[in-house]
Design a protein around this ligand. Sequence first.
Ligand code: 6PG
Length: 264
Amino acid sequence: MPKLRIDYHVVADSAALAEAAAEHFVAVTAQAAAARGRARIAISGGSTPKAAFQLLADPAKPWRARMPWDKLDLYWVDERCVPPDHADSNYRMTREALLDHVPLAPERIHRMEGELEPEAAAARYESELRNSFRLEGAETPRFDLIALGMGPDGHTASLFPHTAAIHELGRLVTANHVQNKDAWRITLTWPVINQAASVFFLIGGADKAAVLSEVFTGPRDPERLPSQLIWPSGGILTLVLDKAAAALLPATDGEGRGVLERER
Ligand code: 6PG
């Protein structure tokens, strides 16, 4: 039975979490660019990554200069079905925190078109992935890095509990209606996420401690806890956490590092 190794890195607070995330983004992106001449990364939205994006954009901080912007292609893990200038748009949050401040060429920014009808937006993004990764047949894109968040309900990307997207295996991108938000989302499907060379969760805050412990140490119940669907094909998953979110995980070593193992 393939095991999953979960490496978790715990830092003191939200400011340290943003710095750890910025460091992780730069380290993995630079390594991919050095090894393969390019780095294709997919980012999540929500509130947690915003502070990390602001650090990546800040010329007074070390990360902006270390990021290989000329070799980076940026994609999204998911998007709300709203126009790109809508307050809920993941693209808008990323543009304001990051894209407006860094030398990333427009053709390297692969936006999910949340303004379209959900199914059309999903189909267009699937085509964008097929074209930009030059996929053939049933090939799945292999991102160099995928950054995920987790909601207090155990969702990740826009894979929400008891929603259709959890069962979508045949597509790269799908539209997902989220009943309890009465809203449509576009999301990468979990097989695409698991194909990535490196996947990390960026999670902070006491409100995530219980669900985080359930997801990574409790019984498997992916219908109720879709974050449990994330099982990278390389067998390693990284968690970048603040102390509040990690409160119910086993204690870390003196460096704030810990390891969990899961059986399928
Ligand atoms: C989104 C995200 C989503 C997010 C979680 C956590 O579109 O909202 O992609 O999956 O990562 O909801 O959000 P917070 O970082 O705001 O807690």
